[in-house]
Design a protein around this ligand. Structure first.
Ligand SMILES: [Zn+2]
Length: 215
C-alpha cells in the first residue's frame, strides 16, 4: 500500500509540475509551439513566363526550379566545375524568357570562365589599369573571381545596357542581383528567388579578404 501511495504521490507531483509549467509558459508568453514555416521553392513556368512558389520538394514538369536559397558552389561528381551553376543558368533562362515578353533582349556575354581565362583577363586588366589593386576593381584574379566557380554572369556587355537595367530591376524575383556598383553587367545568385537584393558593393575588391594578397 505504501508503494501505491508513493506512486500516487509521484503522479500528483508530475501533474503539479505540468500545471505549474503550463501556467509559467502562459505567464511568460512562451507557449509558442509553432514550427517554422515550411521551406518554399520557386518554380518558373516557361509557357506563361510566371513564377510559382510551392512547398513541394520539386517543380513538376514543365515547371523549372529556381531553387530556394543563395547559390553556392556545385561541383560535378569528379569535383570539377566547368559550367555555370545549373540554378544560375535556370534563373537566367527564366529572366530571359520574361524579358523577351516585354520586348527586352537579355543575353549572357560571359558566364563560366576557367582559371586560365580568368588569369589572362586579370593580366590584361593590370596592363590597362596600371596596378593589381586597380585591376581587381574590374577583374578579379582567378582565386577570388566567382566566374570560375560558375556563380557569376555578365549580361549585355559592353554596349547594350537596357537589358541589364531590366535585370537589375526585375532580377530579384528570379534570385539574381547586380552586386557591384561599378559593373552594371555583372549578376550573381546571392539571394533566394523573391528576396531583396543586398546593397551593392563599390567594386569587386569586396571579394578579396582584407589581409589577403591580391594575387
Ligand atoms: Zn563579371
Amino acid at each position: 500500500m505504501q508503494w501505491v501511495a508513493k506512486k500516487d504521490f509521484a503522479i500528483a507531483a508530475v501533474f503539479t509540475a505540468l500545471a505549474i509549467g503550463s501556467f509559467a509558459t502562459l505567464f511568460t508568453g512562451e507557449v509558442s509551439v509553432e514550427s517554422s514555416p515550411p521551406p518554399t521553392l520557386t518554380c518558373f513556368d516557361p509557357q506563361s513566363a510566371s513564377l510559382r512558389v510551392t512547398i513541394a520538394e520539386q517543380c513538376n514538369d514543365p515547371l523549372i526550379s529556381l531553387g530556394n536559397s543563395v547559390l553556392s558552389e556545385s561541383a560535378t561528381v569528379d569535383g570539377e566545375i566547368n559550367s555555370l551553376h545549373p540554378l544560375l543558368q535556370a534563373r537566367f533562362d527564366a529572366a530571359q524568357i520574361s524579358a523577351q515578353r516585354e520586348g527586352v533582349h537579355l543575353y549572357i556575354t560571359s558566364g563560366f570562365r576557367d582559371q586560365e581565362r580568368q588569369a589572362a583577363l586579370f593580366a590584361n586588366a593590370i596592363e590597362k589599369y596600371g596596378s593589381e589593386t586597380e585591376a581587381a576593381k574590374w577583374v578579379l584574379p582567378p582565386q577570388y573571381s566567382h566566374h570560375p566557380h560558375g556563380l557569376a554572369i555578365d549580361v549585355n556587355y559592353p554596349g547594350d545596357r537596357p537589358g541589364a537595367l531590366w535585370l537589375e530591376k526585375n532580377g530579384s524575383r528570379f534570385g539574381l542581383c547586380r552586386v557591384y556598383a561599378n559593373e552594371w553587367w555583372h549578376f550573381e545568385g546571392v539571394i533566394a528567388p523573391g528576396e531583396r537584393c543586398p546593397a551593392m558593393a563599390a567594386n569587386a575588391l569586396v571579394d578579396i579578404p582584407d589581409s589577403a594578397p591580391i594575387s
